[in-house]
Write a protein that binds this ligand. Structure first.
Ligand code: MN3
Length: 202
C-alpha cells in the first residue's frame, strides 16, 4: 500500500487570521508530506506493504524492533497530523453535540473548565509535544504525549488534539505559544469533535 497525503478539507488560508496560510501550507505540504514519503520509502522494501495505516500503528509490537522508530516517526506522525487537520475548520458555526456538552460538564464542570484545563496543559509543554482531550472511563480528561506518541498507544481514544511543536506556529506567533493555542481554539471543528466522541463511546 502506498499512502497518500489527503488535501486539507479547506484551503490553506481558510483559518486566517487565526492560523496563517504559510504555516498551514508548510506544515501540511512539507512536514506532513515528508512523513508520508519516508513511510512509503520504507514500506516499499519491507514485507509490510499490504498493511493499512491503522494496522501498522496498532501492531508495532509484532514488527522487529529495528523498525519501530520508522513506524513511530512516520506512521504515527502521519496519523496524528491527519487527525489534526480534521479537527480544524474555518466555519464558526460548529457546536458541541448535547452528549459531548454533557460529558464536558461532568468532567470539567463547564466548557470553560475544559478550555482552561486544555490551555493550561498545552501552554506548559516544552518542545515537541501534543495535548489531547481523551475519553477515560466514560469521562474526558487532558493528556499530553511527547513526539509522535498518541493516546491510542495507551488505549485511550482522543477526540481533540493540538500539535504544539514549533513548526505548527513559529512563523506567525514566534515564542507566543499561548497565542497560538488561543488561535487554535477559534478554529476547532466542534461538529467533528462531537462525532469523534460518539465513535469513541460506541
Ligand atoms: Mn506537526
Amino acid at each position: 500500500m502506498t499512502f497518500t497525503l489527503a488535501p486539507l478539507p479547506y484551503p490553506y488560508n481558510a483559518c486566517e487570521p487565526f492560523l496563517d496560510e504559510q504555516t498551514m501550507f508548510i506544515h501540511h505540504s512539507k512536514h506532513h508530506q515528508a512523513y508520508v514519503d519516508k513511510l512509503n520509502a520504507w514500506l516499499a522494501w519491507s514485507i509490510y506493504e499490504s498493511w493499512t495505516l491503522d494496522h501498522l500503528c496498532r501492531n508495532v509490537a509484532n514488527i522487529p524492533q529495528p523498525y519501530h522508530t520508522v513506524i513511530k516517526n512516520h506512521a504515527w506522525w502521519h496519523r496524528n497530523h491527519t487527525f489534526f487537520w480534521d479537527i480544524l475548520t474555518p466555519w464558526w458555526s460548529t457546536q458541541p453535540s448535547w452528549p459531548l456538552l454533557s460529558v464536558i460538564e461532568q468532567s470539567f464542570w463547564s466548557i470553560w473548565g475544559c478550555k482552561d484545563a486544555f490551555v493550561a496543559q498545552a501552554t506548559t509543554l516544552f518542545g515537541s509535544w501534543w495535548a489531547w482531550v481523551i475519553v477515560d472511563q466514560g469521562k474526558l480528561r487532558i493528556m499530553t504525549t511527547p513526539n509522535q506518541e498518541n493516546p491510542l498507544m495507551s488505549w485511550y481514544a482522543a477526540i481533540l488534539g493540538i500539535d504544539v511543536r514549533e513548526h505548527a506556529y513559529y512563523l506567525k506567533f514566534q515564542n507566543r505559544r499561548s497565542d497560538y493555542i488561543q488561535a487554535f481554539r477559534s478554529c476547532i471543528n466542534r461538529d467533528h469533535v462531537s462525532t469523534a466522541y460518539e465513535k469513541a463511546t460506541q
